[in-house]
Design a protein around this ligand. Structure first.
Ligand SMILES: Cc1ncc(COP(=O)(O)O)c(C=O)c1O
Length: 378
């Protein structure tokens, strides 16, 4: 069986039918391809959460459409369906909802909005692979969904992502697009990074390797998750739209074998963190959101993030510093992305106070740490 078909089949055991999956070099490319294939372009609006990764509005802006942000519910980190509905106008072509940190909210209602208004609904499942919402796999409610298998995601191919198309008509649209494979150079670079991760990354080297990787990718010396210009302008980066290459597929096939155990462990650990925070009377993810989600991390709130991070580094706890801006990871002025922080107070607040607690590390060490630095938690 061809490698792509084999991997799609393996993926479909977690997300649905393998016939409707299309593999990409990165998740953002998958989103862009989808938007283009449904005809999103100049004059259209696309609604999305105001607490996301900047590459999401980038993909919208690359089509010529306008991103229309909707503030998130501070408890769930996701948008309420009512708020999304209030943002719909005759110009709205698509709505994107997101499983932030693996948590999802109102997805059934959002899918229903799409049907009511004739709008394409898209689930950003980049954090949510393997989780479920109301007993259904993430990515199966909306017209389409996109996933990421980048370094820190539920399973990793280094860089990578895929589209799941839940309507037959969307499959036809995507298959009419020409998408090239990554070059040999790109694949070789990625293979080297995967080897460094496999052989050199451990608890002792993590902090140093992370710093080196971030500097090298900022200067485009290694193929990073984001290439320099993507974070400073709304101009499409070279090699933006490419399909997944064999290096990624082989890595993905390996990673998926250990995924079920990893996923179950993450949930157990997240529930332990939840219980600990409840006991400490600190803000937790609401019980109503806990039921059947996957956890990429457990989000906590801190009154002093710098001190919290410093303590974590001393204790060798790999705290996750994503979304310290409503459009992660761009700090400062967001006007190039048509984003005004004052309009989205919940997203701005979450970006100020949220830290990600790892759910894959030694859980007792994590719990001891949380108890010790409890005074920094809100
Ligand atoms: C919420 C969200 N959406 C989309 C993406 C894009 O995924 P990728 O890095 O595979 O392009 C990310 C990446 O981290 C993300 O956090």
């Amino acid at each position: 069986m061809e490698l792509t078909t084999q991997f799609s089949h393996q993926l479909s055991q977690f997300t649905g039918s393998s016939k409707n999956l299309r593999l990409f070099w990165k998740g953002r490319g998958a989103l862009y391809a989808l938007l283009k294939s449904v005809g999103v372009g100049p004059g259209d609006d696309v609604i999305l959460p105001a607490y996301t990764c900047v590459v999401v509005p980038n993909a919208i802006l690359y089509t010529g459409a306008i991103p229309i942000y909707v503030d998130v519910n501070p408890d769930t980190f996701c948008c309420n369906a009512d708020d999304l509905q209030a943002a719909i106008t005759p110009k709205t072509k698509a709505i994107i909802c997101q499983n932030t940190y693996g948590l999802s909210w109102d997805v059934d209602k959002i899918a229903a909005l799409g049907k009511k208004y004739g709008i394409v609904t898209i689930e950003d499942c980049t954090h949510g692979f393997g989780g479920t919402y109301q007993g259904q796999p993430n990515g199966s409610f909306c017209d389409a969904s996109f996933f990421s298998s980048q370094w820190n995601k539920p399973f990793s191919t280094g860089l990578g992502g895929y589209l799941q198309l839940n309507r037959e008509a969307l499959v036809v649209g995507i298959d009419e697009m020409t998408v090239d494979l990554p070059s040999y150079k790109q694949q070789l670079e990625l293979a080297c990074q995967l080897a460094v991760k496999r052989w050199l990354l451990n608890d002792r080297t993590y902090w140093l390797l992370r710093k080196i990787y971030r500097v090298l990718s900022r200067f485009n010396i290694v193929t990073g998750s984001s290439q320099g210009d993507e974070l400073t302008s709304v101009t499409m980066a070279p090699h933006f739209l490419q399909s997944m290459g064999p290096v990624q597929i082989k890595e993905g096939m390996r990673a998926l074998k250990s995924f079920p155990k990893l996923h179950a462990n993450r949930r157990v650990h997240a529930l332990q963190i939840h219980a600990c925070l409840k006991e400490m009377k600190k803000t937790t993810v609401p019980d109503s959101v806990l039921s059947d989600h996957g956890f990429l991390l457990y989000p906590v709130r801190t009154s002093d993030r710098a001190a919290f991070f410093a303590e974590a580094e001393k204790s060798k706890i790999r705290i996750i510093d994503w979304f310290t801006s409503p459009l992660h990871p761009v700090q400062g002025d967001l006007s190039a992305w048509k984003f005004d922080r004052t309009q989205y107070p919940n997203a701005a607040y979450l970006a100020e106070v949220t830290c990600g607690i790892p759910v894959h590390d030694d859980i007792q060490k994590v719990i001891d740490f949380l108890r010790r630095i409890g005074n920094f938690l809100i």
